[in-house]
Design a protein around this ligand. Structure first.
Ligand SMILES: Cc1cc2nc3c(=O)[nH]c(=O)nc-3n(C[C@H](O)[C@H](O)[C@H](O)COP(=O)(O)OP(=O)(O)OC[C@H]3O[C@@H](n4cnc5c(N)ncnc54)[C@H](O)[C@@H]3O)c2cc1C
Length: 284
């Protein structure tokens, strides 16, 4: 279908975008890569009066080294997340998750910031960003604020970004030397995950010293598997060593039931995929 008519604005700076957002009225949508927004507009599930395209704001692209953290521009595409050397070295969980997003064409248009702002609990990037304790830099007319990972995802398709605000950067603490793996369970290739597990693991001499686990599509937002993380500290990186901790992966979750599987099936999958993700991340 063809979207309903809208006015199209293409600012070249964040300031210009914020002032366009402030003056555009109530019915306005920001567009990044358009890979989630355009299908919504084409199906006429939303019909904004104004679309503000961020695509010409070059300052929102790219990855820079900022000491203990990487600063990733919101418009950095999934493809860049897969290939960027800084991301691969210091936050490899993000490159591995980005490699699993949809297909090549969508990865070339879709953006890291757009995926996080969209906050689909089945989206692949949320769990990985959450697991690494990312911070979200949000610009508004009153200035810039930073939101911690645990406060960013509020509910289904809802984040801490206000209606008059723009996500500009994601600060990701460096996890240099950590192993990482994103285990995605799909029925056919290039699909949205039925569920997925993002694991970053620090292992010394065959023993896990620290683990960070994010869960995709196990509730209305991306989640951390905190009980599993705590139980993994100090266990051997072996199938038997990891099993009891991984069995707690679904604790406190409330996954959906749909044609791909019911809630109980997803909870079972979470324990199995967590075990696989942790062992692969630990190099076992
Ligand atoms: C066929 C298909 C299959 C897909 N499969 C997968 C998949 O398997 N896994 C997966 O994770 N994703 C998948 N996606 C979605 C894809 O990852 C999108 O790239 C992503 O969800 C949104 O990124 P975007 O840059 O295109 O954002 P857009 O579509 O432009 O925007 C999405 C939403 O975020 C808001 N937004 C965007 N950027 C900002 C910002 N900087 N500040 C504030 N708000 C902002 C927009 O207003 C909009 O509401 C798929 C998409 C398609 C079309």
């Amino acid at each position: 279908m063809i979207p309903a008519q809208f006015d199209y604005l293409a600012p070249t700076s964040v300031e210009e975008a914020l002032s366009a957002l402030a003056s555009a009225g109530d019915d306005v949508k920001i567009m990044a890569g358009g890979q989630s927004l355009l299908p919504v507009l084409r199906m006429r599930l939303n019909a904004p009066d104004v679309v503000i395209d961020l695509g010409r704001i070059d300052s929102l692209r790219g990855v820079r080294d900022d000491g203990d953290a990487l600063v990733i521009g919101a418009l950095t595409t999934h493809s860049e997340m897969v290939t960027n050397d800084l991301v691969k070295e210091h936050a490899s969980l993000l490159s591995k998750a980005a490699a699993e997003v949809a297909d090549n064409q969508i990865r070339h248009r879709g953006t890291f910031g757009g995926a996080l702002a969209h906050a689909d609990p089945a989206g692949d990037m949320g769990a990985a960003a959450l697991a690494l304790g990312s911070e979200f830099v949000i610009a508004g007319s009153g200035g810039t604020r930073t939101v911690a990972a645990d406060d960013f995802f509020v509910d289904l398709f809802e984040t801490a970004i206000g209606e008059d605000e723009i996500l500009t950067e994601i600060r990701v603490p460096k996890h240099t030397g950590w192993g990482a793996h994103y285990e995605k369970f799909v029925r056919v290739a290039h699909q949205w995950p039925i569920i997925a597990v993002a694991a970053a693991v620090r292992a010394d001499g065959g023993t896990i010293s620290e683990a960070k686990i994010g869960l995709t599509n196990m509730g209305s937002t991306a989640l951390r598997a905190r009980a599993t993380e705590a139980a993994l500290a100090g266990v051997p990186a072996t199938e038997d060593g990891v099993r009891a901790a991984a069995d707690q992966a679904a604790d406190g979750t409330n996954p959906p039931s749909d044609l791909n599987g019911d809630s109980g099936y997803r909870k079972h999958l979470a324990t199995v995929l967590t075990r696989r993700a942790v062992l692969t991340a630990a190099g076992a």
